[in-house]
Design a protein around this ligand. Structure first.
Ligand code: 4GO
Length: 245
């Protein structure tokens, strides 16, 4: 899958991609990442990409012409890829959308800087997405978040076991259960004995029960939307009894 990122700080994108699973996906050729710097598309002497806002107001805005030219170049290089602008005004990114993006032929990600971009650029943008309700100095981190979330969905990236487990929770719509590894005792705290029992049916049941309980406690909104199977309802009631709720 090919990602094209439009950014005046290409180093931020390439730097992050040296490590981790996205870095590995790059070296393994599972993904390609190209950056386009709007400065290279500026027709001004000083490669200007920003200017003062009409109507006044603090800070600077990114000018439309360099961004529109960079978008056109990226579309040429990544045909069929949707152009996505990362901003707090966008739709909230959730796992469902990540899975849909993973099926796209490619993605072109526009990372803004300064106080934002000229509104007329949005005529060349297919969708606006937000990674959360907070404001960052640039769209590069949101672009990297989207790229990593999508890359993890690509077959062959995580290796069979992990991606299957991951999907089970993403598909289950529940929060993850607690995890433990060696050493068995940490600061006097042991590991739930069920996990040492070797009884895989019991372990699966305990993990589902923990996911249900934690989701009910921390994200009741997720349960609202998802609903519970009768067997899950029973597990959750038992969880609550054990917790003395
Ligand atoms: N929540 C977000 O996904 C998000 C995206 C971009 C951004 N800042 C950018 C947007 C235009 C100038 C800086 N802040 C936050």
């Amino acid at each position: 899958m090919r990602f094209d990122v439009l950014t005046i700080f290409p180093g931020l994108i390439h730097g992050y991609l040296q490590e981790g699973i996205v870095g590995r996906a790059l070296t393994r050729g599972l993904i390609e990442v190209h950056t386009w710097n709007p400065r290279d598309f500026s027709d001004s002497a000083y490669r200007r990409v920003d200017d003062r806002p009409f109507g006044g107001g603090p800070g600077m805005l990114m000018m439309a012409p360099p961004l529109l030219a960079a978008i056109a170049a990226a579309r040429q290089a990544n045909p069929g890829a949707p152009v996505i602008y990362l901003s707090p005004q966008g739709q909230r990114l959730q796992q469902r959308a990540v899975q849909d993006f993973a099926a796209a032929p490619g993605l072109i990600l526009l990372a803004g800087r300064y106080e934002g971009i000229d509104e007329r650029v949005l005529a060349a943008v297919d969708a606006e997405w937000s990674i959360g309700d907070y404001v960052l100095a640039g769209g590069e981190l949101p672009a990297l978040v989207l790229m990593e979330a999508v890359a993890r969905q690509l077959p062959g990236l995580l290796g069979h076991a992990d991606s299957a487990a991951e999907d089970s929770f993403a598909a289950s719509g529940l929060l993850d259960c607690p995890h433990y590894t060696r050493p068995e005792v940490v600061a006097g705290e042991g590991v739930p004995e069920v996990l040492l029992s070797g009884d895989h049916g019991r372990i699966r049941r305990w993990r589902l029960q923990q996911s249900l309980g934690r989701t009910a406690e921390r994200r009741p909104d997720l349960l609202e939307r998802r609903g519970l199977r009768p067997d899950e309802q029973i597990l959750l009631e038992e969880y609550r009894r054990q917790r003395g709720e």
